[in-house]
Design a binder for this molecule. Structure first.
Ligand SMILES: [Zn+2]
Length: 251
């Protein structure tokens, strides 16, 4: 069977030329770019689940809870939380299945003046958004001619001791390189393109292949709580998935 549908590299965007900037410990200087024309967004939310396969490799999957109103992996997590035969490993698995939320932005990395996709946690994005919204104090910080560079600093690397600070430059400056609209990545398409690679039956297949010992119990659970997420052979169209997870009828 071909397993490349969950190749972890497959989320590196629709084009392999896209470079990502992920904040590790240290100080970063970036210029956040304005929205791409015909599209209008300067940021996009990227929600994913990380899940190990039976070789121990971590695979990435989209969380469709917000885009489609339901998500098989969120439901798998809910199943594990209440599962009677839960082992310590399954407890750990249910913890690690929480949706990972990141925000993606087009930026110029000011260390090498290259356009990259900045990937940041939601808390860091909120800080940036405060400055973008505080137009009276900071002006148009995304403006190509009169905007501001940002300094993002990360201290620590663990779950608890990591701290971020975000600060715009006191000076208003021009973007240091020539940029056209074509240089900007379509952020929504970047996330949608990744999400489209996974059908419901792909994710079912992954669980069946890699979590075979509990898969049958999961299917029994699904029959009760979410019959529309059951389809393995007949992948439902998006219309078959209810918009509101609360409306899912119990059998
Ligand atoms: Zn989910």
């Amino acid at each position: 069977m071909s397993l490349n549908y969950y190749n972890p590299k497959s989320n590196e965007g629709t084009s392999s030329n896209i470079e990502y900037l992920r904040i590790k410990e240290g100080t970063y200087k970036v210029r956040i770019l304005p929205p791409k024309k015909d599209n209008g967004v300067w940021y996009v939310y990227d929600r994913k689940h990380f899940l190990k396969d039976n070789t121990g490799r971590i695979n990435r999957f989209p969380c469709t809870r917000f885009s489609k109103g339901s998500c098989l992996l969120c439901t798998f997590k809910d199943f594990l939380l209440t599962y009677e035969n839960k082992t310590p490993e399954l407890e750990k698995l249910s913890q690690s299945l929480r949706t990972n939320v990141r925000v993606l932005l087009n930026v110029v990395d000011l260390t090498d003046n290259k356009i990259k996709i900045l990937e940041i946690p939601h808390s860091v994005f909120k800080e940036i958004q405060k400055f973008v919204n505080a137009k009276e104090d900071w002006g148009e910080v995304l403006h190509p001619e009169e905007g501001r560079d940002f300094r993002i600093e990360r201290k620590g690397s663990g779950m608890i001791d990591t701290e971020y600070s975000v600060m715009p430059s006191p000076k208003q400056t021009k973007i240091p390189i020539e940029i056209t609209n074509d240089d900007l990545i379509d952020l929504e398409e970047l996330v949608d393109g990744f999400n489209r690679k996974f059908s419901l039956s792909d994710i079912h297949q992954f669980l069946m292949d890699n979590y075979s010992d509990i898969y049958d119990d999961f299917v029994e659970y699904l029959k009760r709580v979410s019959p529309n997420l059951m389809a393995v052979d007949n992948t439902p169209s998006e219309n078959d998935i209810p918009n509101n997870i609360d409306e899912i009828e119990e059998l």
